[in-house]
Design a protein around this ligand. Structure first.
Ligand code: GLU
Length: 308
């Protein structure tokens, strides 16, 4: 088996030199400020060893990767009852599409497209004030990432609120069908803020350990969720984690993964490692271009695949 540290160092060096880097998201104006030259990678093993390369300690906007953590918390709160309000099928549509909502009476296809994540946020808000719901999300992320300093980038949250007209229409549409039940302004506020959490690759890879290791963080001896639930969240990441690029990600990388428009990707090789990569330039579907290429190389070199 090739040496993991050597492979990670090689990938970081190649990705740094790559000229075709995709396009940094600009529909959230604040995200445009990030340099496309950045590249970071972090891999965490079962015994807690951290192998990192490039800008692995630089925080970036996790955006939709936060949806994995809000889904985990919402399932903890309402269990399988969540699936009355959110589906579990890949959408085949862009992350912010409203088309399916009309056909399917306000029920979003899955918890990772924007509509689904907004419905999940509504579940976390129920019975809470926005500040409390956000506090719960942050506490969870800080715990699983083992870093109390993880915070929300307020400038990104503000920028998203000022331009989030599509997300506002999704939330209002679902409110009309009772899928969103709270005050739309509050639900959107919490959603924009959890998307604006800033984390580094190292933090993110640590945070993914409970998904990689059967719901547990082995080095902390902490049980976070049941093995069954971890398996199911991984299944959703594999089938829905990259929007209408999910099939291609499964085909080329072969691991459950969740992307965000900040250019991050969290992926897990179940039983083996949790991985985070970051490169801000996106492909046409809004997923990190070099992030996918880096994961494809890593998974192939190490022969990590959920498909055998
Ligand atoms: N906060 C972003 C939005 O709602 C998340 C999209 C993403 O990361 O894919 O537009």
């Amino acid at each position: 088996m090739p040496d993991l540290s050597t492979i990670v160092a090689e990938i970081a060096a190649t990705m740094r030199a790559e000229t075709a880097r995709g396009t940094v998201a600009d529909y959230i104006p604040e995200l445009r400020r990030v340099s496309p030259d950045r590249f970071g990678i972090a891999v965490v093993t079962r015994d807690g060893e951290e192998i990192v390369g490039g800008d692995a300690d630089e925080p970036f906007s996790i955006q939709s990767i936060s949806k994995v953590f809000t889904l985990t918390l919402a399932l903890g709160r309402v269990g399988d009852g969540l699936w009355k309000r959110v589906g579990r099928e890949p959408s085949g549509d862009p992350f912010n599409s409203i088309v399916q909502l009309e056909h399917e009476r306000g029920i979003p296809r899955n918890p990772f497209i924007n509509a689904g994540a907004i419905a999940v946020t509504d579940v976390l808000l129920s019975g809470n004030r926005p500040r409390e719901a956000l506090g719960e999300i942050l506490r969870f992320i800080r715990f699983v990432a083992e870093d109390e300093a993880i915070a929300i980038d307020e400038a990104v949250a503000r920028s998203e609120r000022e331009t989030g007209f599509l997300n506002a229409s999704l939330a209002n549409y679902m409110r009309a069908f009772g899928v969103v039940q709270g005050q739309v302004e509050h639900v959107l506020g919490v959603y924009f803020h959890h998307c604006a959490i800033a984390m580094s690759c190292r933090h993110l890879a640590r945070a993914g350990r409970y998904l990689a290791f059967n719901g547990r963080i082995p080095s902390l001896e902490a049980g976070i969720i049941t093995p069954d639930r971890a398996r199911r969240i991984n299944a959703l990441m594999l089938t829905c984690g990259h929007y209408d690029g999910s099939g291609d990600f499964a085909f080329s990388v072969g691991l459950p993964g969740k992307s965000g428009v900040g250019g991050g990707v969290l992926a897990v090789a179940p039983g083996t490692v949790s991985i985070a990569v970051w490169s801000p330039g996106l492909d046409a579907k809004g997923n990190s271009l070099l992030g996918r290429i880096a994961l494809e190389r890593l998974a192939r070199a190490m022969q990590w695949s959920v498909f055998g």
